[in-house]
Design a protein around this ligand. Structure first.
Ligand SMILES: NC(=O)c1ccc[n+]([C@@H]2O[C@H](COP(=O)([O-])OP(=O)(O)OC[C@H]3O[C@@H](n4cnc5c(N)ncnc54)[C@H](OP(=O)(O)O)[C@@H]3O)[C@@H](O)[C@H]2O)c1
Length: 250
């Protein structure tokens, strides 16, 4: 089976490509630095030639509200049109748990726009919605830092290891399309301020985390349902503490 991974050189994409190759599939890692660009369409038709399945794990290079919306809309339109022409029989995309619940977050609005294009495309699809990656926790801390203080909501978050996301995507890629959405989350729901505190402790970072129910998460106020999954999500195996330990061990 030929599987094209759009964004196949990124954090998730490179793990997914490795995982699917180990399972014996013919996998193409597609990204601008391998000559495939979903914005300019460079190399796109050639990459999709003979493809059975496409997994889209591309990410926007710029996260400013308008730029990120333009990226996911243009990339989504170009990719889905090329897939229709190539006769692709399963489109898979990686989205984010709770995207529709936080319209004040421009990145989430762009992911909802990406999902809507997929649902309207007529191509059989599966959307996998993941919670925040462990690898993203440092970025959350950075986004909320002022001086030596980090103000964060104590709302629950249920982050996941990128390895677990890649494993789930590989399972989805070799299964039939569900024409719907599946959620995946990490094994533990943790207050966001506490999650970042644990990360800073493990990385010997002296910044201080202050709980603040009004603190915005990339523009949005959170509650315990904002970033946590609904009923019956798939649960990743790797715990945050174990992941932190592995990072420290290099
Ligand atoms: N971060 C989170 O916590 C989280 C949670 C849930 C879902 N997600 C979703 O997970 C997905 C993957 O994220 P990631 O962290 O693995 O991303 P990443 O490491 O930033 O990788 C992005 C990939 O997209 C490629 N790309 C960029 N522009 C492209 C274009 N015009 N055409 C084709 N490919 C292009 C990049 O290629 P180059 O290197 O050549 O530019 C790279 O391979 C994203 O869609 C994100 O929304 C993220």
């Amino acid at each position: 089976m030929k599987i094209v991974v759009i964004g196949g050189t990124g954090l998730i994409g490179s793990k997914l490509v490795g995982n699917l190759r180990e399972r014996g599939h013919d996998v193409l890692a597609a990204a601008p630095n391998t000559g495939v660009n979903t914005i300019t369409r460079e190399g796109l038709a050639e990459a999709l030639n003979g493809a059975d399945v496409v997994v889209d794990v591309a990410n926007a290079p710029v996260w400013e509200d308008k730029a990120v919306l333009d990226f996911f809309e243009t990339s989504g339109r170009n990719l889905l049109a090329a897939e229709a022409a190539a006769g692709v029989r399963h489109h898979i995309a990686l989205s984010i748990v709770g995207s529709e619940r936080l319209p004040d977050n421009g990145y989430f609005r762009a992911k909802v726009a990406q999902e809507n294009l997929i649902k309207a495309s007529g191509i059989p699809y599966t959307i996998l919605r993941a919670t925040q990656f462990f690898e993203f926790v440092g970025g959350i801390a950075q986004s909320a830092t002022a001086g030596q203080e980090i103000r964060l909501s104590p709302a629950l978050i249920q982050p996941i290891a990128s390895d677990d996301v890649a494993e789930a995507l590989a399972d989805v890629a070799v299964a039939l399309p569900v024409n719907g959405t599946i959620e995946i989350a990490g094994p533990e729901a943790i207050p966001l301020d506490e999650l970042v505190r644990r990360f800073l402790r493990a990385t010997e970072d002296q910044r201080k985390v202050l709980p603040d129910v009004h603190a915005r998460y990339f523009g949005a106020v959170l509650d315990d349902q904002s970033l946590t999954p609904g009923d019956n999500p798939r649960i990743g195996a790797i715990r945050f503490e174990d992941w932190l330990g592995r990072q420290a061990a290099g």
